[in-house]
Ligand binder design. Structure first.
Ligand SMILES: Cc1ncc(COP(=O)(O)O)c(C=O)c1O
Length: 434
C-alpha cells in the first residue's frame, strides 16, 4: 500500500488515542513502515528521529536486534499462559531481577499490562490494605499537575483538567497537594509544608499519597528537587500513609539513575513500572510492593473473598512482554547504557545552551534524559505546540509538544549528530515563531 492509501483506509476505520479526529481533515497522518535505532521511516522513505521515544516508551532503540532475537525465541516456546494457578520461567526470572534492582524492601511483584492498570492495582491494593486492617479511609492524595493514566482510578488521582473534567461526576475521592514547581530546594520545602498541612488535617483518613518522582511528565515536564521525595517519604511514615511512586514514565534510566526513587534514596510502599520496562516493545506493567503490604493479604481464603486481592488482567505477565523486559534489562547492563547516558546527558545540556538567549524561550530544564522548555508569548488558541510539531516533521524530527512545552526525550541510543539535528530543528522552529 502507498502512504496515501493507508491514510485514507486508516481514517475510515480507526479512532485514534488522544486525538481530535477532525484535525486530520487538515493534518496528515503519518503511516510508519519500519523503525530502526532512533528512526521511524514512512512508506515514502522519509525518516523521522523519534525524539519523544514514541510516548516515552522506547529506551533502547527501535528494532533492537538483541531484544528482537529474544522475543522471537520465546515466541517459539510459549506465547501466553494465564498467571493464576500457572506460572512460567520468564515471569519468575523477571520478578527476581526486579526485586534485586528496585530499592531495598520492594520484595514482591504484581503483574499487570499497561501503566494505567498498574496504577489501578496500586490504588486498589492500598485501599484494600487498610480495609484488611479494619480501617475505613476515604481519600487518596496526589499533586497538582499530576498525571497517572486514563482509567477511572488513575484519572481520579490525576490533575489534568483537559483529560478529566468531563468525567468528574464518576471519579473517586482525591485531595490535591501543591507540587514543587521547579528544581529549587525552596519549592520542595514549600510543597512539603503544604503536604504536611493536608495530612495533618485528614489524619487517619488518607489511604495513600501518589507521586511521579522527579518529573511530572504529562504535567508539562515539571521537574523538581529530590529533597521533596526524601521529605515526602518521611511525612508518609509520620502520618501512617502509604506512598505510591509512579515510575511508569521515569523508571528504567530516564532521570539518570535506574529509578528516580534511587536519586532520593527512598523506598515507597508501591512502585509502579511500565513504558521503559519492556524498552518500548510490548505492553506490560508491574507493581512492586513491600512485605508489609503483601503480608496483609497472605491469609486463608475467606468465604466472601473480602481479604483476597481478586484483581486480574487476561494478559497479566504475558511471556513475550516479560521476555522483552528481561532482554531490555540484559541489554542495559551488558552495554553499560546508564553509564554511557551520562555523556549523552552532558551533551544534551551543552546543546541546550543554544536556546538560552532566544526570544519566546523560557524555563529551560533537564533531568537526565529529559529536556524541556516553555514557549512564551502566545495564547493557547494560537496552538503553538501544533505549529512546532508540524515544523519539526519537516526537519525529520518527531516532537510532540505538550501545549506550549517542547520536550526532548529520546531513546538512549541516540548519537551526537542526531542530537545536533534535533537541536538544529528546535532552534529553527523557534526562529520561525512570530
Ligand atoms: C506517570 C505516568 N503514569 C501512568 C501513565 C499511564 O500509562 P499507560 O499510558 O500505559 O496507561 C503514564 C502515561 O503516560 C504516565 O506518564
Amino acid at each position: 500500500m502507498t502512504n496515501e492509501n493507508l491514510k485514507n483506509e486508516d481514517l475510515k476505520y480507526i479512532f485514534h488515542p488522544c486525538t481530535q479526529m477532525k484535525d486530520h481533515e487538515r493534518l496528515p497522518l503519518i503511516p510508519i513502515k519500519k523503525g530502526y535505532g532512533v528512526y521511524l521511516e514512512d512508506f515514502d522513505g522519509n525518516k523521522y528521529i523519534d525524539a519523544i521515544s514514541s510516548w516515552w516508551v522506547n529506551t533502547l532503540g527501535h528494532g533492537n536486534k538483541f531484544i528482537n532475537d529474544k522475543i522471537k525465541a520465546q515466541l517459539d516456546t510459549l506465547e501466553h499462559v494465564l498467571l493464576a494457578g500457572f506460572t512460567h520461567e520468564p515471569a519468575i526470572k523477571l520478578a527476581k531481577k526486579l526485586v534485586e534492582l528496585t530499592p531495598d524492601g520492594l520484595n514482591k511483584v504484581f503483574f499487570a499490562d499497561n501503566g494505567s492498570s498498574g496504577i489501578e492495582v496500586a490504588l486498589k491494593m492500598a485501599f484494600h490494605y487498610y480495609a484488611n486492617l479494619g480501617e475505613k479511609r476515604e481519600y487518596f492524595v496526589s499533586l497538582s499537575g499530576s498525571y497517572h493514566g486514563e482509567t477511572i482510578g488513575a484519572l481520579s488521582v490525576s490533575d489534568m483538567g483537559l483529560y478529566k473534567d468531563v468525567y468528574n461526576p464518576i471519579l473517586i475521592k482525591t485531595l490535591r497537594a501543591k507540587s514543587p514547581k521547579n528544581q529549587t530546594i525552596k519549592e520542595a520545602n514549600d510543597a512539603l509544608e503544604d503536604m504536611e498541612k493536608l495530612l495533618q488535617n485528614n489524619k487517619n483518613n488518607i489511604i495513600s499519597v501518589i507521586v511521579e518522582p522527579l518529573v511530572q511528565c504529562a504535567g508539562n515536564m515539571n521537574m523538581y528537587h529530590k529533597s521533596y521525595l526524601y521529605g515526602l517519604e518521611k511525612l508518609c511514615k509520620k502520618y501512617d500513609v502509604l506512598l505510591i511512586a509512579d515510575e511508569v514514565a521515569v523508571g528504567f534510566g530516564r532521570t539518570g539513575k535506574l529509578f528516580a526513587c534511587e536519586e532520593a534514596e527512598i523506598t515507597p510502599d508501591f512502585m509502579v513500572l511500565s513504558k521503559g520496562l519492556t524498552a518500548g516493545y510490548l505492553p506490560l506493567s508491574v507493581v512492586m510492593l513491600s512485605d508489609k503490604i503483601y503480608d496483609v493479604f497472605y491469609c486463608p481464603y475467606d468465604i466472601n473473598g473480602v481479604k483476597s486481592f481478586l484483581h486480574s488482567h487476561s494478559y497479566t505477565g504475558n511471556p513475550l512482554s516479560v521476555t522483552a523486559s528481561l532482554a531490555g534489562i540484559e541489554f542495559l547492563e551488558k552495554e553499560n547504557i546508564l553509564s554511557k547516558n551520562k555523556e549523552t546527558i552532558a551533551f544534551i545540556k551543552e546543546q541546550s545552551k543554544r536556546l538560552e538567549n532566544l526570544k519566546f524561550v523560557s524555563n529551560i530544564r533537564q533531568q537526565g534524559m529529559i529536556f524541556a522548555f516553555d514557549i512564551v508569548g502566545f495564547k493557547s488558541e494560537d496552538r503553538v505546540g501544533l505549529k512546532f510539531y508540524e515544523y519539526a516533521l519537516k526537519c525529520g524530527v518527531l516532537l510532540r509538544p505538550l501545549g506550549n512545552v517542547v520536550y526532548f526525550m529520546p531513546p538512549y541510543v541516540i548519537k551526537k549528530d542526531e542530537i545536533i539535528q534535533v537541536f538544529d530543528c528546535i532552534v529553527g522552529g523557534i526562529l520561525e515563531l512570530k
